[in-house]
Design a protein around this ligand. Structure first.
Ligand SMILES: NC(=O)c1ccc[n+]([C@@H]2O[C@H](COP(=O)([O-])OP(=O)(O)OC[C@H]3O[C@@H](n4cnc5c(N)ncnc54)[C@H](OP(=O)(O)O)[C@@H]3O)[C@@H](O)[C@H]2O)c1
Length: 276
């Protein structure tokens, strides 16, 4: 198995390196971080290799996953550019993997001067549930990498959760949905729990029942191709409590709030991309 390196051992670097160490031998996984203690601590915990610089991470790996915040990416690319050039000069192939939200493949091509070179760049967007191996990662379809390289990357990262690939024209819409929905669902879950507390439940029970309700519903919905709201129709008996609640949600703009939240998040995603 080829080595994979993670530049940045923060939330996502940790989640993805953890998944990689479950999927392949940890000796094949390399981590690094600006704050060395953080990278070392992660490597010790996972039994993988820590290297003190980003340059060494690039030189040590076949797949290099950039897991830094967007505002630090250009600095990191400037730092590792000579390492990419040295690998290319030595005939070693390095596959770039980007998880950086809003940053397009062209940024890597421009900053690392890869134009016209055989330099695979795979743009992905994982979501927070990768932390527990239940994530969903979208891969932007591209011509710079082969199906074998994508398959191998998916294989290495299979313990992070599911994958799907989308054409570039749909990638942002897909990633907005998978990356922002955890925030919206957490708010919805807490609102349900608040409703339970309002009706007299203790907070721990309200929290648990709200989450169990969401979990069971999602599992049920995933098992069928039926329209999502077919389940709503099944649950709402004539003049029953669920139907009364549905009307309240409609009266208070529930659907249009959620649609607007996703649409606004999309706009912001594009805005962030333009700032780079
Ligand atoms: N969080 C999510 O749910 C999520 C989902 C999809 C994609 N993403 C993308 O994932 C990327 C990372 O997000 P995150 O939430 O993991 O951020 P994070 O927790 O801040 O992690 C970034 C890590 O990179 C380190 N770092 C900063 N500058 C560095 C440098 N020059 N060299 C090496 N390491 C450096 C940071 O170190 P210090 O902070 O210790 O200085 C930090 O440990 C972002 O680009 C984001 O768009 C995040």
């Amino acid at each position: 198995m080829k080595k994979i390196a993670f530049i940045g051992s923060g939330t996502m670097g940790t989640a993805l390196a953890t998944a990689a160490c479950k999927g392949v031998d940890p000796s094949e996984v390399v981590v690094t971080d600006f704050v060395q203690e953080k990278g070392k601590e992660l490597a010790d915990r996972l039994g993988c290799r820590f290297v003190p610089t980003n340059t060494e991470a690039v030189k040590a790996a076949h797949y290099v996953v950039f897991c830094v915040k967007p505002q630090f990416l250009k600095g990191v690319l400037e730092e590792v550019k000579p390492a990419f050039e040295a690998c290319a000069a030595a005939g070693e192939e390095t596959i770039i993997v980007s998880i950086v939200a809003g940053v397009e493949v062209s940024t890597y091509v421009k900053e690392l001067e890869l134009e016209g070179k055989n330099a695979p760049v795979i743009r992905i967007l994982p979501n927070t549930a990768c932390l527990i191996g239940k994530g969903f990662t979208l891969i932007e379809q591209g011509e710079s990498y082969t199906k074998e390289q994508e398959d191998e990357f998916r294989y290495i990262m299979r313990e992070s959760g599911g994958f799907d690939s989308l054409p570039p024209s749909q990638f942002v819409a897909g990633t907005v949905l998978t990356s922002t929905s955890p925030a919206f669902i957490a708010m919805f879950a807490n609102s349900l729990a608040d409703g339970g507390v309002y009706n007299g439940l203790l907070r721990p029970q309200a929290r648990r029942y709200a989450l169990e309700g969401i979990l069971g519903t999602v599992q049920l919905l995933l098992q069928s191709d039926k329209h999502l709201e077919g389940l709503k129709d099944d649950v709402c008996s004539p003049a029953g409590p669920a139907m009364i609640g549905v009307k309240t949600l409609e009266d208070t703009g529930f659907r249009s709030s959620v649609i607007s939240a996703v649409a606004d998040a999309y706009k912001r995603f594009e805005e962030i991309g333009r700032l780079k």
